[in-house]
Design a binder for this molecule. Structure first.
Ligand SMILES: NC(=O)c1ccc[n+]([C@@H]2O[C@H](COP(=O)([O-])OP(=O)(O)OC[C@H]3O[C@@H](n4cnc5c(N)ncnc54)[C@H](O)[C@@H]3O)[C@@H](O)[C@H]2O)c1
Ligand SMILES: [Zn+2]
Length: 359
């Protein structure tokens, strides 16, 4: 069973195909015999899926090269970006070549940014292999690398020509990474869709057990929700900002404790609860809704308490440095009920302290 979602962006519209064993199916890549491809992936994913993809493409008359970069957020750098560009040049790839990103969000971001820059832009296909990248980075066209002075600070908006989500790939994903992806899934329910939140309350264990029907419904629905937000607001103003629920608090945790110690989704889980406490302190959310959110996160095997090693005072400097902050004013996304969120400006620092303390 396959599901296809069209991300409607006028001339830059593209399909997201979700199904099992799609790495072995040519049609969804939207390629033609005779075209040339470079696959960018990492050391962890290459032994699992690279050969399957190469064999399938070669069988259909696509000349395929690959470049394998080190695994990890710490390699989402200018250097890795350059490694991919060098591979394109070394194999004499032209403006009509296509770059395929095979991997999680790190590979998708750095390869997408390389595609946007190589000869001023070549076609790009995403094959996201983590739940997080499937429900988040497949939609929206954001690509980026990190700079020593800031995460995701250099990049471009660049849409893929196709996104191919092979559910089979999730079988090798470590459970902690799967749960981290579920944090973003739960986020969509909280900010946009009360019925989806209900559905998650009924199906969270099915998702953890990689039930194919549940996964395929869930991923499709998340991409659809994000696509709606993005289509309404392609270059990120107010509407798109609600997708950052939990991310300002979460980034403080990631930055303070070092990227990689807490996974992004884990930090977002705790960050969403902090944002929920903020909403409650401002009289905008009930305790009952906080409990529902917390219970679902617990069942998804996500952390719900702040890291004990991180002093409360160390959050604010990171939060004020967040790129979503406007001119020194603290701006946060807060849930106002399950299925709805608002962007709030000028939040009092004491409220922030208390929100952290309560989590
Ligand atoms: N562009 C966007 O809109 C967007 C959205 C969200 C996140 N991101 C970015 O995505 C990154 C996080 O993405 P992520 O959570 O996918 O992390 P990731 O790419 O680091 O992948 C997590 C880990 O899982 C491994 N892995 C990936 N797929 C696997 C599989 N099928 N089987 C076994 N192991 C596998 C990876 O090698 C890595 O070790 C961050 O850099 C973040 O900034 C971008
Ligand atoms: Zn996120």
């Amino acid at each position: 069973m396959q599901k296809i979602l069209n991300v409607a962006l006028a001339k830059r519209s593209y399909p997201i195909t979700i199904g099992e064993n799609l790495l072995s199916e040519f049609q969804h890549f939207k390629l033609q015999a005779g075209q040339r491809v470079l696959i960018a992936t990492n050391e962890t994913i290459a032994p699992l899926y690279l050969q399957t993809l190469i064999d399938m493409l070669e069988k259909h008359g696509i000349k395929t090269d690959s470049v394998v970069v080190p695994d990890g957020e710490q390699y989402k750098t200018m250097e890795t970006w350059n490694t991919i560009l060098t591979a394109l040049l070394a194999h004499n790839h032209t403006r009509s070549s296509i770059l395929i990103a095979l991997g999680g969000g790190v590979i998708g971001d750095v390869a997408g940014f390389a595609a946007s820059a190589y000869q001023r832009g070549i076609k790009f296909i995403q094959v996201p292999t983590t739940l997080l990248s499937q429900v988040d980075s497949s939609v929206g066209g954001k690509t980026a690398i990190n700079h020593p002075l800031g995460k995701n600070m250099i990049g471009a908006f660049y849409q893929p020509q196709s996104v191919v989500i092979d559910l089979h790939c999730l079988k090798t994903l470590p459970q902690r990474e799967l749960s981290a992806g579920l944090a973003e899934v739960i986020k969509y329910g909280i900010i946009l869709d009360p019925e989806f939140f209900n559905w998650l309350e009924q199906h969270i264990e099915d998702l953890l057990n990689l039930d194919v029907n549940a996964l395929s419904y869930c991923i499709y629905h998340c991409c659809e929700l994000k696509a709606k937000v993005v289509a309404a607001d392609e270059t990120e103003q107010d509407m798109r900002a609600i997708l950052n629920l939990g991310h300002t608090y979460g980034h403080a945790i990631e930055a303070e404790l070092g990227y990689g110690n807490w996974l992004h989704g884990e930090a977002v889980s705790v960050g969403m609860l902090m944002a929920a406490q903020t909403a409650k302190l401002l009289g905008k959310l009930t305790q009952a809704d906080i409990e529902r959110i917390k219970n679902l996160l617990i069942r998804a095997k996500l952390p719900v308490n702040r890291p004990t090693t991180m002093p409360i005072e160390s959050y604010l400097p990171h939060m004020l440095r967040d790129k979503k902050v406007l001119s020194g004013q603290l701006r946060l996304v807060v849930p106002t009920k399950i299925g709805h969120a608002e962007v709030m400006d000028g939040i009092d620092k004491d409220v922030v302290f208390q929100s952290i303390q309560l989590t």
